[in-house]
Design a protein around this ligand. Structure first.
Ligand code: TYD
Length: 205
């Protein structure tokens, strides 16, 4: 038996961490065995790379090196955690995955979606998400940027223009791959948003 692989994505300040926990709890309530994980990180090697990626000044890595480090962390995460969990029949819910690299490094970082897809393909192989839920605010990202409290790390702290480009890239990815990627309205009460996320998984349950 092979489990389902679900990823949750979104820009800064859309309440993603809260929703990962709530969605994991809701899926477990339905009797699913579920492994909850995150990127960058999720395995010991990838967590070590996470510190290289998020600590230090913005110019610590060039665009290509940054994208390759995310891809290297992801390859280890897939190899050590995601693929074995799916093969054992568990569902996997990951807080961010390859679409974050596509949106941040590819779209906003100007490497382009194709280059980022290609360097990630090597490490991911066939281990692609069955469904990717992207949290977005219908009114745009200005309010999220104003209230976000994660902006101290190397990437969260980038300019408002960078984060607008991330948001635009997530919307483009969703438009290009409507079967896999769904935009989910992140506004309203936490419970309402969780219900929308669950609704977008109904056909997989
Ligand atoms: P994290 O503390 O996990 O932030 P968040 O709470 O927003 O998920 O830090 C991850 C940061 O790294 C976040 O700003 C998004 C960025 N990121 C990329 O740029 N590319 C990637 O492939 C991934 C997984 C994350």
């Amino acid at each position: 038996m092979i489990g389902r692989f679900v990823t949750l994505e979104g820009g800064e300040g859309v309440g993603k961490s809260t929703q990962v926990r709530a969605l994991a709890a809701a899926l477990r309530e339905r009797g699913l065995e579920l492994v909850e994980t995150r990127e960058p990180g999720g395995s010991p090697g990838a967590e070590a790379i996470r510190r290289l990626l998020l600590d230090g000044t913005d110019d610590r890595w060039g665009a290509e090196a940054e994208a390759l480090l995310f891809a290297a962390a992801r390859a280890d995460h897939v190899d050590k955690v995601i693929r074995p969990s799916l093969q054992s029949g568990s569902w996997v819910l990951s807080d961010r995955f390859v679409d974050s690299s596509l949106a941040y490094q590819g779209g906003a970082g100007r490497l382009g979606l194709e280059a980022v897809r290609s360097i990630n393909g090597f490490g991911i192989g066939e281990c692609f998400p069955d469904r990717t839920l992207v949290l977005v605010l219908p009114e745009g990202i200005e309010r999220a940027l104003a209230r976000d409290d994660h902006r101290s790390d190397r990437i969260g702290g980038r300019s408002a223009d960078y984060h607008r480009a991330v948001d635009a890239a997530f919307r483009k990815i969703a438009a290009d791959e409507p079967d896999r990627v769904r935009l989910i309205d992140a506004s309203g009460a936490v419970k309402q948003v969780t219900a929308r996320l669950l609704g977008a998984l109904e056909d997989l349950l």
